[in-house]
Write a protein that binds this ligand. Structure first.
Ligand code: 3PG
Length: 306
């Protein structure tokens, strides 16, 4: 079988080498498309492949149509909102993710962003410490759980809300469980978003929720830009000059955020949360193993389009 890694934002070299080894040792053919800039390059590369490993790369109906032999797509990462699941299912293509594999990397970046903000972008001005601050985690999946662990290590007060109401899971980690996400937003100095982009969550972080934020509070988003109602956030944060928005994912309205909020806003040029060697190795190798197991035994653990 021919297995292609197609990553516009590449994995670390060490991860690519590990993926290649797993694929070739299982007797399959390895192919690589990195840093592609045009969709036509992706469409051409998938023409003869049986399996695909991607990151946030958009795998839509056009890509599926260009890949007549495709049997499986593994999103090396958590969120699979970039993959057209309905088309995959209609074409009998199995789609999987690799849950938890890059969660620590994303959680560490939350604190990288928070420290950058707390220490005034390292410009020499006096900042503040995270110890003693109250962080609210929305919601409590793999990344949220890692954020809680690190926050506790930093001496922060930690609360969380879980969409599946898994109160015991949160409390078992020594974290205060909120029964209502609005309550969490109203009580915390820092609100950290870990919500997947689904039809139910798109634009769910809106004015109604954000106007509850405490004076001087910080919103940190390492999840998806789609969960934010950008015009509502922008309008509210222009009025509430005490609030700060720091995000790993550039909003569509980035330029307007820069202009209106200045230092109360930060977003790197590319999403960096999962961009570590360790996360790439964990997620990339898991993806390769899931594909070789699928071809060897039909194993469909982690399939998301059942
Ligand atoms: C994920 O959903 O796993 C993260 O957002 C990481 O995405 P990336 O692989 O595109 O960096």
């Amino acid at each position: 079988m021919k297995i292609l890694i197609a990553t516009e934002k590449p994995f670390a070299k060490v991860a690519v080498n590990g993926i290649r080894k797993i694929i070739e040792e299982a007797g399959h053919e390895f192919a690589l498309l990195e840093h592609y800039t045009e969709k036509s390059q992706l469409l051409q590369a998938v023409a003869d492949v049986h399996a695909l490993i991607v990151r946030s790369d958009i795998i839509d109906a056009e890509v599926f149509a260009a890949a007549p032999h495709l049997q499986i797509v593994v999103r090396a990462g958590a969120g699979y909102d970039n993959i057209d699941l309905a088309t995959a299912t209609a074409r009998n293509v199995v789609v999987m993710n690799t849950p938890g594999q890059n969660a620590n990397a994303v959680a560490e970046l939350v604190f990288g962003l928070l420290l950058y903000n707390a220490r005034k972008h390292f410009d020499g001005k006096s900042g503040y410490e995270l110890k003693g601050k109250h962080i609210g985690i929305l919601a409590y999946g793999n990344v949220g759980k890692n954020v809680a662990r690190i926050a506790k290590g930093m001496g922060m007060e930690v609360s969380a809300y879980d969409f599946f109401n898994r109160i015991e899971l949160i409390e078992a980690d020594g974290v205060y469980a909120h029964h209502n996400r609005y309550d969490l937003v109203a009580k915390c100095d820092i609100v950290s978003l870990h919500i997947p982009a689904t039809p139910e969550t798109v634009k769910s972080v809106n004015r109604e929720m954000l106007e509850l934020m405490k004076p001087g509070a910080i919103l940190v988003n390492t999840a998806r830009k789609e969960i934010i109602d950008e015009p509502e956030l922008l309008a509210l944060f222009k009025e509430r000059t005490d609030l700060t928005y720091i995000t790993d994912i550039r909003p569509d309205l980035h330029d307007q955020f820069v202009e209106a909020l200045g230092d109360r806003y930060f977003a790197p040029p590319k999403k960096m949360g999962a961009q570590t060697a360790e996360a790439n190795i964990n997620a990339g190798l898991a993806a390769a193993r899931q594909i070789t197991a699928f071809f060897a035994t039909g194993c469909t653990t982690f399939q998301v389009n059942k």
